[in-house]
Design a protein around this ligand. Sequence first.
Ligand code: SF4
Length: 485
Amino acid sequence: MGEGRTYEIRTYGCQMNVHDSERVAGLLEEAGYVRNDAGGGATPDLIVFNTCAVRENAADRLYGNLGHLFPVKKAHEGMQIAVGGCLAQMERQKIVDRAPWVDVVYGTHNIGALPALLERARHRQKAQVEFEETLETFPSLLPARRESPYSAWVSISVGCNNTCTFCIVPALRGKEKDRRPGEILDEVRALADEGVLEVTLLGQNVNAYGVEFGDKYAFSKLLRACGELRDHGLERVRFTSPHPKDFTDDVIAAMAETPNVMPSLHMPLQSGSDRVLKAMRRSYRRDRYLGILDNVRERIPHAAITTDIIVGFPGETEEDFADTLDLVERARFSSAFTFQYSIREGTPAATMPDQVPHEVVQERYDRLVALQSRICEEENAKLDGTEVEILVAEGEGRKDTATRRLSGRARDNRLVHFAPHGQTPRPGDIVTAKVTRGAPHYLVADDAPLSVRRTRAGDAWEARQAAPSQESPAPVSLGMPTIRG
Ligand code: SF4
């Protein structure tokens, strides 16, 4: 079908979308498309937008991009444009009504249909708009073109059974569907055998995993089972996003007792006010949240805990916000994704009274960011002089050209910039180094590395560099917005 036509995927939003884009790339390449890596700004024959619906301006941005592409498409005969992802699932036919030069619109439940829809649109010279209300094929069963040879996303569930009042995800991704543990472990084992060092288990609500097949301990069992794949070379297991209400002691025990499960935990808080948490329908309160942090820190003292916080939820008072600042002060997060509340059409919160004026939200947001930055710096400074094991990453250190530092992630997922001192670690290799400075949002290790371990993943990365351009992957950014949990 693709006959060597070139493609480009533009991905917005969370890790789940990055995972899905790897599947879209795999599907297209299986259908004969090739990645538009020719460089020189060559216009691709196909552009796929994998959209996000979480942010208020998501729709404006998509229509802006589509507007820019109208003349490009007119000048490039046979070019096609496809729009998928959460915003497509939400907007549907509206996208073609507003941008009739779009060829295909598909949803979050029928990614696998894309190549056939593109073909049908080409032959019928008519836009194809097709959606499924329930999941057709688990995305993880579709072919994948992975971005990184050393780090991989593995989806364990899609959808969410929660009903947080600010969130559109359940309406767009549907009720929670869980993959069978055996299937997940087969995928993780195959990845480890390929040389992948690190896997991140993905789900809108990973620690509710197993609800669908009635096993409330399924997630901790899965973590322990990943532990047994260390002898296949699986060194790092991460997961995102857990929901505080489902965070149980068996998961904390599995984290503490399984050596290759990393001591990093992303646990969205959203607000520190019980009154606001109730209005958000988050089904936990401050004390429970702080209690989980205490349990985690008791079993895993050096765990790095990160979070998501929304400022300016409808009805939020200065007292509510003071509760959030107080909880942040007590929680000592190693970092936090902070968001200004934005109305999302179709969510209960969108029509709630007492929407907070923008200037008030902005002022509170600035205070929260200042507080969290101070805490980040204090927590990072505590690591001065300690040894860290760094998985060298691609694309994180390039901007640091002056000092020629390279970069990667420590076991607790902190970003580390390190000076190689003439050694040549590759992305995918493991470097051990001593921290010489804790900066607000990263660690620095400027002394000579204590050790450099070359890995199969590093070899694979090097082989990709040497292979034809089709094989050189784009960097995987680890700093993207987190899955809404
Ligand atoms: S915020 Fe997370 S847990 Fe809540 S409904 Fe959205 S995806 Fe589900």
